[in-house]
Design a protein around this ligand. Sequence first.
Ligand code: SAH
Length: 443
Amino acid sequence: MRYHIWTIGCQMNEADSRRLAAALEQLGYEPAARAEDADVIVLNTCVVRQQAEDKVYGRLSSLRPLKARRPDTVIGLMGCLVGRRNSEHLRERFPWVDVFAPPSDPTPLLDHLAERGLAEMGRALRAEDAARRIPGPFLLSCQAQGSQVTAYVPAVLGCSHACTYCIIPYRRGPERSRPADETLAEARALVAQGVKEITLLGQIVDRYGYDLPRQENRTPLVGLLEQLHEIEGLERIRFLTSHPSWMTDELLEAAARLPKVCEHLEVPVQAGDDEILARMRRGYTADDYRRLIARARAIVPGVSIATDIIVGFPGETEAQFQRTYDLLTELRLDKAHIARYSPRPQTLAARRYPDDVPPEEKERRRKVLDELQARIAGEINARLVGQTVEVLVEGKKKNRWWGRTRTDKLVFFEDARDLLGQQVPVRITWAGPWSLIGETGSR
Ligand code: SAH
């Protein structure tokens, strides 16, 4: 029996797919590289923009003839296309899908396999309480054991912030933190299987623990980082995504103080204009963001910062777009993911504001910012040439090892030794906006 999981979207989806793969392997399934060769095919989906949703529909359509040919194949649809509510409309639209599972919860899939007698261990798994929400013993798939160097660990599920453009709260449900012991148990299990770097995940990861019993006047995420830090064998810790309003000094100080916590923040600004930010309901101004970046740079020496931007939000004028351009020019961040606004069902923006920036104009704005950011990132990275950086080696592609610096920069280098999972000093010889090339002095 073989399984195939197709994943698109955010890191949370990657984490969910990793857990599902492990759960399926516990049932005796083996991985198949191609959907055509699998008995169970799962699509783990994203709907954050129309483009992602369309890719899912494309993939779904391509499975229809396969299902017609081999009706015994189990086809599962998981993630944000399904959401946490009733999936009747999807059942009608995609009758060749056998089972629907919400984000971060493969239980319906596992139950379905058990019901069809396709899972000998199904009952044992279901008996585990933790498996109700997230599968139990936190194993890596066989393929990944010993070869997977980095792993995502969900800390906060869902989101309650309700930015007006964002569909995530409607599909992933309200914000809820995982208990610390469960989160730590998962991290420990991953490290025991060879993982060296853990990234804690949440839509607003800095809000971790505010809904759990806690000590007053402390940022609960700091407590979790401190406990993670104790795990022997774990070498690096990251957390994402941050929200500008929730990055306390205490959190920044922890990032500076705890050696395993990397000097890298992912903190989306989304726009540089206050009126747009207000209509997005982000809850801060461009000046608040400027102050945050200044604080982060003062408290965490050498910090690298990534941001997200949406261009062409409803009503965005040329002058308002220019303020985003100016902000990026001024702040010189290390990375920016630029997305064209895509109206999403149920969101306040889609219901209230006409999508009035034409597609060509959105694309023009996206390109302008992309080019600006490429120039900035190229200049920032060029300063690394000649320097030696610590790279955690994650894999090998075409004779070259690749890995990341603590500041999340991708580095390629050649070296004949087996360096997988090791931290290696690499002298940078070439730098581009998206990656670096270096050498170890040993070939
Ligand atoms: N919770 C995180 C990530 C949300 S989704 C946050 O605080 O931002 C990842 C990115 O997708 C967002 O940062 C945003 O830039 C983009 N995005 C979300 N909804 C979008 C939409 N409707 N159209 C275009 N981009 C969107």
